[in-house]
Structures are given as C-alpha cells and as structure tokens.
Write a protein that binds this ligand. Structure first.
Ligand code: PAF
Length: 284
C-alpha cells in the first residue's frame, strides 16, 4: 500500500494508476476505522482495480469545537487495517495540505437547498458546507471513478449527490448499507467514546427503530414518530435530538405512509456528550 501525505504524492500515485488504465474506487473517511469503513473498502475493491482511502478529520465540517477536539484519532492503527484489508493507497493529508489558504480563508459556499436545511443541516449549521468542500477537494485530488459512502450518514449521501450534480463531477456515488454490532447498534467512530453504561443503553436506539418497522401501516406516521421519540427518551441516558420520518429521496417529512414510495426514519440521539445518528427504511 502506498501512503500519500502531500498533494504531489497523491497526484503522482493516481497518475501512475491511470497510466496503467486502472479503475479507481475511493473511500473518504475521518479515520478511527471500524468494520463499517472496511465494508466500504471491500466493496470498492470488488468493483475497481484499485482502491484509495483518505483519512482526514475535516475541521470545516465540525460546528462544535469540543466534538472536533474529542473526535477519535487512531491513524497508525487505521493505516495498518487498510494495509491488511488490501487497499492500494492511503491518503493521509494534514490540515495545511487540504486547506493551504488557512482555515480562516476558506471561501467555498454551497447551497444545497431544502436537503441541506433539515435534520443534520438544521442541527449543525455549516456542517454540510464543510462536507461539500472537503469531499469536492478530495475528489479533485483523487479523481476516482466511484466513491463509496455509508448509509448511516443518510442525509450526507443526498448532499454529496447534489454537490456532484451542481459541480458536474463525473464520479459515481455508491451508497453502502449500515453495518451494525451484533446487538444492532450502528457502527460509528464515536461509539468508542461511550462508557460501558452508555454503550449498554445506546442499543435501544436501533432496537426502537427495528420495532418501528413493525408498526408501519398499523399506526399513523405521527403515532410511529411519537412511539420512537418517547421510547428512546424513556431510556435514562438517551436524549433524542430529532426523529423525522421522511421521503427517502426528497427528505420531506410525510403526512401519511402513502405519500412516498421510500420512507426512512432518521434519528439523532445525544448520549452524554456523544452524538449518535442512525436511520432505518420504514417502507420501500
Ligand atoms: O462521513 C465522513 O466520515 C465524512 O463526513 C467524510 C465524507 C469523510 C468527509 O469528511
């Protein structure tokens, strides 16, 4: 595996692959890699000649300083895991490499419209602009054929698709299923910040979403929404920030089950100072 740190290094590595006419899959990550990330790497490896993975904790997408400071960083272990999994390139840039103009001078500004304003967009002002900026810059450097994203960050995929559409970028965006622990908790780098008791209680997030699937049709959209929020909030250490039942394509909330073909329940829960997100397809 080639490890690239600078713009010149990644550009040279990618140019060499292109010279050999190889297809390239790309998995952008913020590190603290877990089996969810590795499932993306494996999918990319199965669909492309070569796979590049970036590890970069992107400051411009954190609207909360504490979240940025406490975000888990395990670069050495990450690189080792990528090597063992069989990735071809690890791109591990510094903040200066990604933002040579300095973080205070970053000027790109995206307007994602409605999909950027709801749920995570409303809860984390500036977050999706930062995601758009860094993913666009990574795409410019890595120039992959396909890029792989986990569906745990459901809204992020819609944002990246929109960014690719607005900027006319010729890269196929491939959404990949959520990977869960045996008890159902969605894998997340942030899970490592939960203490034992928080981790034990956090399982109720996914368990409640699974129960909600069984209530579709039998109960109204509002009743299912109320069921999920009150059930999760009844767990002492869990605090629902939002739970929305939305059209999976437009992200508009729906008044009744027949309003959309694909219906997704999206939840964000604070467990102490750890913010966990999850989602489930309620109907498709
Ligand atoms: O999903 C993530 O880990 C990040 O938002 C991403 C796509 C790597 C951009 O920093």
């Amino acid at each position: 595996m080639i490890i690239c740190k600078t713009r010149d290094e990644i550009s040279a590595a990618v140019a060499e692959l292109r010279r050999q006419n190889k297809t390239l899959g790309f998995v952008p990550t913020m590190g603290a890699l877990h089996n969810g990330h590795l499932s993306l790497v494996k999918k990319s490896m199965s669909e492309n000649d070569c796979t590049a993975v970036s590890i970069f904790v992107n400051p411009t997408q954190f609207n909360n300083k504490h979240d940025l400071q406490t975000y888990p960083r395990t670069v050495d272990a990450d690189v080792k895991l990528l090597e063992e999994t069989g990735a071809d390139i690890a791109f591990v840039p510094s903040v200066e490499t990604m933002y040579p103009e300095g973080l205070d001078n970053v000027t790109e500004s995206y307007d994602f419209g409605f999909i950027g304003q709801v749920m995570e967009g409303a809860a984390r002002p500036g977050h999706f602009n930062g995601v758009g900026i860094v993913v666009h810059r990574l795409f410019d450097l890595v120039k992959p054929d396909r890029a792989y994203f986990g569906m745990k960050d459901f809204q992020q995929i819609a944002i990246i698709r929109e960014m690719v559409r607005q900027c006319n970028i010729n890269i196929e965006i491939i959404p990949c299923p959520i990977v869960r622990e045996d008890d159902g908790l969605a894998l997340s780098s942030r899970n490592t910040r939960l203490n034992e008791e928080q981790r034990r209680q956090a399982v109720q997030i996914s368990q409640t979403l699974f129960k909600a699937v069984g209530l579709v049709g039998e109960k109204s959209v509002d009743e299912v929404k109320e069921f999920v929020i009150s059930t999760v909030n009844s767990v002492p250490l869990l605090d629902v920030e939002y739970f929305e039942i939305v059209d999976g394509y437009s992200l508009q909330t729906i008044p009744s089950w027949n309003e959309a073909e694909w219906v997704v329940g999206c939840i964000t829960v604070n467990v102490g100072d750890v913010r966990l997100i999850d989602n489930i397809t309620l109907k498709k």
